[in-house]
Design a protein around this ligand. Structure first.
Ligand SMILES: [Zn+2]
Length: 576
């Protein structure tokens, strides 16, 4: 029976006829295959906070018409090899076994990529993989896709996709654009680094070209396209690979005609219990971004090559990042002159003190303290002996600093960010004390959890004492009585009732990306595949009975086109 007769019959008989067509009419089997199609765009090394700052009209349009999260997670190794393996295979490194860019130990045989799964289930479908970073094709995709192309530029990669969409009949495409990662390594992964933002904007233009070609396809609506855009990792400073939130937070966009608009934020807020604070509950100054407090220039903070000194502070944070908590230096390099309280590079977990005279450096390492609780951090600098750091009054490390010369930048001090208002921390600082003497271990232990009083044995050596508990305004009193008052530049006053912590437990994971693609194409996700990801847009089942007799294309009548739309949708209507 010719197709037209079946369609005419169905028009009258509705859904039952539709199902019998699909299950019985062998000659029409092509129409019974789910026809959801996927364009997956991977952009290397894009921090979602930078993406949100950048001008990205094409990606904004996808977000406005789809599912998106700027709080998705690479919850594994923040390196491209493992990241793209998760995005293709839907499993973490414990299964795909790739832990770096050597791809050694890869287990893609047991956990193949999504294009390979598509090709083994539907060899008649047309698949394309275009990569600017060729190891994705070389190692993960292999020759599983029908067409595998490596290009030297993002523009070239996008052009390959545009060509395929304009002239071919692709069902699933993967394209990798590398330039933000390159910009991040060169200039810094940060929403405040212009060349990084510009590279993201350039990638957005390429996304725009591809989406334009996609929606221009004559059968665009019927083909039921899902556009997925994601990244493999973020970055901090000019690197990635660690566990900081800046490296782990990623974005996922899944946009298409049938996708409900939804923006997934960390949907549970947890507030840490009232942090242990032996100083009592009082207003606290919280720093975020590159907010900081500045102590203006005073000779008391100029130490030359010989002046002993001690710095103490209390800190409450959850982020063990490459930040400047308290210091006097430009933290762009550990070799810049001066000293700083930070974390072990690049993402802790231990805290550290770095000190340098401009040509050699010494680093002292302490235990993890980024747990949302208050901790007292102290460092004594005996200039012809050792520096010692103490955590909550207990000695953590000591190193010889007798070889270091002058540590001076100028006579200023900074809390919350560095001398150039960079490397900002996220958290609170309080009770900063500066002494021009080496405090004893006993003094540090005895006074680590109390405010200073006249009974402190070294009171005569106190040169600055900023409790940072004013509760309002930008004037930060020096309680030493010496008048070295500080100025708040952007720190926010809050209560000490506990630090609000975002819980990312319910936001998307990289491993969800390929499972979402497969589910959109109505591939049944088999338990035995052992995938770690879940489909973000739900799984497939047949459409509702009513859809057979609906005027889907809106031309005022139930016609052949409407029925073809139903056929196209059969089996792949995806709901939550
Ligand atoms: Zn990289």
């Amino acid at each position: 029976m010719p197709l037209a007769s079946y369609i005419e019959g169905m028009k009258i008989q509705g859904r039952l006829a539709l199902f019998s067509l699909c299950s019985c009419a062998i000659s029409l089997s092509a129409f019974c295959q789910p026809s959801g199609r996927v364009l997956m765009i991977g952009i290397d090394g894009v921090r979602p906070d930078a993406l949100q700052v950048a001008e990205t009209p094409a990606l904004d349009a996808l977000v406005a018409n789809g599912y998106a999260s700027f709080d998705a997670m690479n919850d594994d190794i923040t390196i491209s090899g493992p990241g793209w393996s998760a995005i293709h295979c839907g499993v973490r490194s414990g299964k795909h076994n790739v832990v770096d860019n050597s791809f050694d130990g890869q287990n893609y045989f047991q956990f193949p990529g999504w294009l390979e799964r598509l090709e083994s289930l539907h060899p008649e479908w047309n698949t394309l993989s275009v990569c600017q970073w060729s190891p994705i094709n070389g190692q993960i995709v292999g020759n599983s896709a029908d067409v595998v192309v490596n290009t030297g530029s993002a523009a070239g990669a996008a052009q390959e996709v545009v060509n395929a969409l304009e002239n071919g009949d692709p069902h699933a495409l993967f394209v990798h654009l590398d330039e933000p990662d390159y910009a991040g390594h060169s200039y810094g992964f940060s929403p405040s680094v212009l060349p990084y933002l510009e590279s993201i904007e350039e990638m957005d233009a390429e996304v725009g070209l591809m989406v334009e070609a996609l929606v221009a396809r004559p059968m665009y609506a019927e083909e039921n396209w899902l556009v997925i855009v994601t990244t493999d990792h973020g970055g901090i400073g000019t690197v990635h690979g660690g566990n900081s939130i800046e490296e782990r937070r990623v974005f996922v966009i899944a946009s298409g005609l049938g996708v409900d608009t939804e923006l997934v934020a960390p949907d549970t807020l947890s507030v840490l219990g009232v942090a242990e604070n032996c100083l009592g509950a009082m207003p606290r100054l919280f720093f975020q971004g590159n907010a900081r407090a500045v102590v203006p220039e005073f000779n008391d903070f100029v130490v030359g090559a010989t002046q002993d000194f001690t710095v103490e502070c209390r800190v409450k944070t959850t982020q063990a990042a490459d930040v400047a908590m308290v210091g006097n230096k430009d933290w762009d390099s550990g070799l810049n002159p001066g000293w700083v309280f930070s974390f072990v590079y690049p993402s802790g977990p231990g805290w550290k003190v770095n000190v340098s005279d401009g040509s050699s450096r010494v680093d002292l390492e302490g235990p993890p303290i980024a747990d949302g609780e208050w901790h007292t951090l102290s460092c004594t600098f005996d200039r012809d002996g050792v520096a010692r750091i103490y955590t909550d009054g207990v000695l953590s490390d000591e190193q010889d600093i007798s070889g270091l010369g002058s540590l001076d930048v100028d006579g200023r001090l900074f809390f919350g960010a560095d001398a150039l208002a960079g490397y900002g921390m996220e958290g609170a600082v309080a009770e900063v004390r500066y002494w021009n003497a080496v405090l004893s271990a006993a003094e540090i232990a005895d006074w680590h959890c109390s405010e200073l009083t006249d009974f402190h044995p070294s009171l005569a050596a106190l040169r600055g004492y900023w409790q940072l508990n004013e509760g309002a305004g930008d004037f930060l009193e020096d309680a030493s009585g010496l008048g070295h008052h500080a100025v708040n530049e952007g720190g926010v006053w809050g209560s000490d009732e506990g630090l609000v912590v975002w819980d990312y437990g319910n936001t998307p994971r990289l491993v969800d990306v390929p499972v979402t693609a497969l589910a959109h194409m109505c591939v049944t996700i088999e338990e035995e595949w052992g995938l770690d990801g879940v489909p973000l847009l739900g799984t497939c089942f047949p459409p509702t009975p009513d859809s057979c007799s609906e005027d889907l294309d809106g031309d005022g009548a139930v016609t052949v086109t409407d029925l073809l739309l139903v056929l196209g949708a059969f089996g792949q209507t995806c709901t939550e």
